[in-house]
Design a protein. Structure first.
Length: 161
């Protein structure tokens, strides 16, 4: 979310409020939009995002594909409370957010393809493009996920609007 003075507040800060936390992981399907099949990694059964985030992701992918000739493939977008509990039990904090506080649970986070041979790893031309251009489409990788940080995740982007 962009403030009037130009600074951003990540949705993670908003996710700690009681109303948002109750909604997190339980977003009604009408507020979500499935991403097209061509944007899903082979491992992704389905991926959806909050409606505006999905439209902006598709716009970002279109610009990206014009430069690189391939798409930004998604492994996961919206995550239900059930799956957030699963990942939290498996990885714990800080690797997985506490259930009810994840940006995935609001449909406002996306994990792009991260498996072996991913063209999006830190320092690649695709990573540099996403870092330089993502915010123009509303997507940002939080600084604490950057290369060299204890919980580095090149694949995770939040929709900040």
């Amino acid at each position: 979310m962009r403030l009037d003075d130009g600074r951003y507040i990540t949705t993670a800060l908003l996710a700690t409020t009681p109303v948002v936390r109750a909604f997190n992981g339980r977003v009604p399907s009408g507020r979500l939009r499935a991403l097209p099949a061509y944007l899903r990694a082979p491992s992704a059964a389905a991926s959806s995002l909050e409606r505006v985030a999905a439209m902006q992701f598709i716009r970002m992918d279109t610009a990206f594909a014009k430069v690189f000739g391939y798409h930004i493939t998604v492994e996961e977008g919206y995550r239900s409370l059930y799956w957030q509990k699963h990942w939290y039990a498996q990885y714990g904090a800080p690797r997985a957010a506490y259930p009810g506080t994840s940006n995935h649970g609001m449909g406002l986070a996306v994990d792009i393809r991260s498996g072996a041979g991913s063209p999006f790893t830190f320092g690649t031309s695709a990573d540099k493009w996403l870092t330089a251009n993502g915010a123009g489409f509303g997507f940002d990788r939080s600084w604490w996920l950057d290369q060299g940080r204890p919980n580095a995740e090149f694949w995770h982007y939040n929709f900040i609007g």
